[in-house]
Design a protein around this ligand. Structure first.
Ligand code: PLP
Length: 393
């Protein structure tokens, strides 16, 4: 394969680009995971994660992809045959449901159209109909990475409270953590599911559960079998700054550095930066005369934008052209959206010029692949970013 000069543009909505200083932090020699250097590393990352999750409750970190943390959230809190209420926001909510099915849970899957977020009214309705209160958990995805739609988790919490239902609230924040405002404690989330490879700016390989007191209480009576995913041995070892198995030490070195970066920039600034890049991207999409998949402006994702292809054209043509000609990786359509959309990731270690390079690659890709569109998307994004810069200078 020919050498590609310059940097590859990895603009799928995760995994995201890993900053140089995080890469350098991970290049440290591996340490003894039972020694004092590791102990202070563990305390640092657990404290830092709690702050990004906005929680004062424990965070259980696993050397695993996000899928593992999905399973851990269910397996630690529920028993075989328990009823759970899930909401179909897209491909990832559908995958989480499949895990619940395979664990022997009885899932009520509220149907969605993959263009909107969670309808809290439907959650409230389903819980109202559950007069015996047999539903044990409500599971929702905060930022649906397959569609670019962000759901209102506080509204889901209010829906549960409005009918005084005791169900746990389990939330996937895999593609929102570190990119979009997320509040584990304030929103009354019982188990948060997160992963390393998106807003946390790390390679794949770490995932987490943040757990409320109510989730810990549920754990005591939960009957689903857990071994590797068991929170209890991890929490016990974490008290002393250790893990009950060999942890992913070098990923944790990277995580500590990434958490320092988020803290230094300030979470509010991080979220504002993501919102600005998302808005610039949407302006580009509109200028191209293409349609956004997200149908509700109140639910536009700051982490990624999913763009619908013109009727009769396959997204793979654009995605292959962008990669082959411009060394730009864009997200494919997942599940029922295969071929129908492409996704632009604008999350993680990202700035105005990275966005313009990305949008430039998309616009050139549209032209080179012969896809019907109007020129001027990059221009529209550029004008918006320049206006934003003028407003703060
Ligand atoms: C919202 C969401 N949930 C869950 C997952 C699954 O995580 P993983 O691929 O790390 O197992 C992903 C992956 O992209 C995701 O975006």
């Amino acid at each position: 394969m020919a050498l590609k000069s310059g940097r590859h543009f990895l603009q799928v909505p995760g995994p995201t680009n890993v900053p140089e200083r995080v890469l350098r932090a991970m290049a440290a020699p591996t340490v003894d995971h039972r020694g004092p250097t590791f102990q202070s590393l563990a305390f640092d990352v657990l404290r830092g994660l709690a702050s990004v999750l906005r929680t004062s409750h424990p965070v259980v970190l696993f050397p695993a992809s996000g899928t593992g943390a999905w399973e851990a959230a269910l397996a630690n809190t529920l028993s075989p045959g328990d009823r759970v209420l899930m909401y179909e926001t897209g491909h990832f909510s559908t995958l989480w449901k499949k895990i619940a099915d395979s664990l022997g849970l009885k899932v009520q899957f509220l149907p969605g159209d993959w263009r909107h977020g969670v309808d809290a009214g439907q959650i409230e309705q389903a819980l109202t109909e559950d007069a015996e209160q047999t539903i044990k958990a409500v599971c929702v995805v905060h930022n649906e990475t397959s569609t670019g739609v962000t759901s209102d988790i506080a509204a889901v919490r209010r829906a549960i409270d409005a009918v005084r239902h005791p169900a746990l609230l389990l939330v996937d924040t895999i593609s929102s953590l570190g990119s979009i405002d997320y509040r584990h404690d304030e929103w009354g989330v019982d188990v948060t599911v997160g992963a390393s490879q998106k807003g946390l700016m790390l390679p794949p390989g770490l995932s987490l559960n943040a757990v409320s007191d109510k989730a810990l209480a549920a754990k005591r009576s939960a009957q689903l079998p857990v071994s590797y995913w068991d929170w209890e041995p991890v929490l016990a070892a974490n008290e002393k700054g250790f893990f009950p198995y060999t942890p992913a030490t070098n990923l944790l070195f990277g995580l500590r550095e990434a958490l320092v970066m988020l803290e230094t920039e300030g979470l509010e600034n991080v979220f504002a930066r993501h919102a600005r890049h998302a808005e610039a991207t949407r302006r580009a999409v509109r200028a191209w005369r293409l349609e956004l998949l997200c149908a509700n402006p109140a639910e536009y994702s700051s982490a990624l934008t999913a763009v619908m292809m013109p009727e009769g054209q396959d997204a793979s043509t654009l995605i292959e052209t962008a990669l082959g000609s411009f060394d730009l990786s864009l997200g494919v359509g997942l599940g029922r959206l295969a071929g129908k959309v492409f996704r632009i990731g604008h999350l993680g270690d990202f700035n105005d010029l990275t966005l313009l390079g990305t949008l430039g690659g998309v616009e050139m890709g549209l032209a080179a692949a012969g896809i019907q569109h109007q020129r001027g998307g990059v221009d529209a994004a550029m004008m918006y970013l320049a206006d934003c810069a003028r407003a703060v200078s």
